[in-house]
Design a protein around this ligand. Structure first.
Ligand code: RFL
Ligand code: PHB
Length: 390
């Protein structure tokens, strides 16, 4: 089989790029290791920046997001017994974010790919890129007993943190920068009315907590837990009790609880791989970089990679201009590192670190006090949270 662009990974990054390129007449195939049901069972991002939402519209996948997603013009930070609001709209000069789940967004992308007869292969086993430094790269995968070969002009590695693409770049070329945090987030999804119409990030001496949502009838809550904890250690009751302890008393009193419909623990990690290009392979999204979810940047960082790649590919095929492809890694990494900085800052300000003492706690308090006393500091937070320009 021959296509122009072979995309490894059928998560939001791979599907969005495939859909955008298809609309420009560029032929792609998406090779996904898991079944569609498996991909759609993952509960991940909830907050989309306006640049991501704009790309979804450009991909003609924004209709349901615009109908069912919620525009949020602010969020709260609870700390030291107070609830301060970050007015994103005011401090970012009129921007906002869209609250719309990654699961729904991925479903919309799959449906769009189906409508256009896009080639998406599920359960593709042993996906392996070959000859990436040549002008004729190809990718093989196993379908049952059969090995299928896909010849292409370019390979896109959009296969997440655990994928094969990044690993196919030789060790002496790839530089990896990593910070592993000594805790994770235990997340619960419940069919209950959210405790607050806007997100609440809570810094508490027992650990961080977050009240988020997917809709006005679907809530998503998180608490910081030690890495040694297992999901089985946490009954629903224990989760709700601990969440309430970490919220201001009036918020805790109005929290509506219910059975969890999903419960999982995500370890927190910061990671960047450089460069994001090797020959004819281009990495995008979590395959190249991971952030702790505190700043809601993960999927949004993938969006800028996709934006740059999409335009670079179109320039290549329509104008024979490779400047965008040649500059991709530099340009993408410049924005990725800003998202890393912001996520690290939000994480450090709001979590309890096991080895920190009263000095670090005082610094966190001071950081928050400064933040809410300075229009400039709030402006910096807001412009990063709604997304820096592509
Ligand atoms: P994905 O979603 O991991 O998709 C990669 C796909 O590649 C497949 N794959 C392979 N396919 C073929 N061959 C192989 N060898 C393969 N290996 C893997 C996988 O099955 C998968 O389908 O990466 P992608 O597309 O780059 O998307 C990235 C986002 O998923 C991620 O950044 C966000 O979910 C991060 N994130 C958030 N981001 C935000 O922007 N806003 C948020 O509010 C937000 N909240 C979150 C989050 C991530 C979280 N977790 C669980 C890590 C909250 C949480 C709790
Ligand atoms: C979520 O709703 O899953 C969510 C929202 C904001 C974050 C992280 C996760 O910062």
């Amino acid at each position: 089989m021959k296509v122009q662009v072979c995309i490894i990974g059928g998560g939001p990054s791979g599907l969005l790029l495939s859909q955008l390129l298809h609309l420009k007449g560029i032929d792609t195939i998406v090779l996904e290791k898991h079944s569609r049901e498996h991909v759609l069972a993952r509960i991940r991002a909830g907050v989309l920046e306006h640049g991501f939402a704009a790309l979804m519209r450009e991909a003609r996948c924004g209709e349901r997001m615009d109908r069912e997603g919620e525009i949020h013009e602010g969020f709260f930070i609870a700390h030291d017994g107070v609830m301060d609001r970050v007015d994103l709209h005011k401090h970012s000069g009129g921007s906002s974010v869209v609250v719309y789940g990654q699961t729904e967004l991925t479903r919309d992308l799959y449906e769009a790919r189906d409508r256009m007869d896009g080639k998406v292969v599920h359960d593709a086993a042993d996906v392996t890129p070959h000859d990436l430094k040549s002008d004729a790269p190809y990718v093989t995968y196993r379908d049952g007993d059969r090995i299928v070969r896909v010849d292409c002009d370019f390979v896109i590695g959009a296969d997440g943190f655990h994928g094969v693409s990044r690993k196919s770049i030789p060790k002496e070329i790839l530089r990896e920068h990593e910070r592993v945090y000594p805790f994770g987030w235990l997340g619960v999804l419940s069919r209950t009315k959210p405790v607050s119409p806007e997100l609440i990030y809570s810094r508490h001496e027992r650990g961080f907590a977050l009240c988020s949502l997917r809709s006005q009838v679907l809530s998503r809550y998180y608490i910081q837990v030690p890495l040694t904890d297992k999901v089985e250690d946490w009954s629903d009751e224990a989760f709700w009790d601990e969440l309430k302890r970490r919220l201001p008393a009036d918020v805790a009193a109005s929290l509506i609880t219910g059975p969890s419909i999903e419960k999982s623990i995500a370890p927190l990690r910061s990671f960047v791989a450089e460069p994001m290009r090797y020959g004819r392979l281009f990495l995008a999204g979590d395959a190249a970089h991971i952030v702790p979810p505190t700043g809601a940047r993960g999927l949004n960082s993938a969006a800028s990679d996709i934006y740059y790649l999409y335009h670079a590919m179109v320039d290549h095929y329509e104008k024979g201009d490779d400047a965008g492809l040649d500059d991709y890694s530099r340009k993408a990494l410049a924005r990725v590192w800003k998202a890393q900085r912001f996520s690290w800052w939000m994480t450090t300000m709001l979590h309890r670190f096991p080895d920190s003492g009263s000095y670090e706690a005082k610094l966190q308090e001071t950081e928050l006090e400064y933040l809410f006393s300075s229009e400039k500091a709030l402006g910096s937070l807001a412009e990063n949270y709604v997304g820096l320009p592509f």
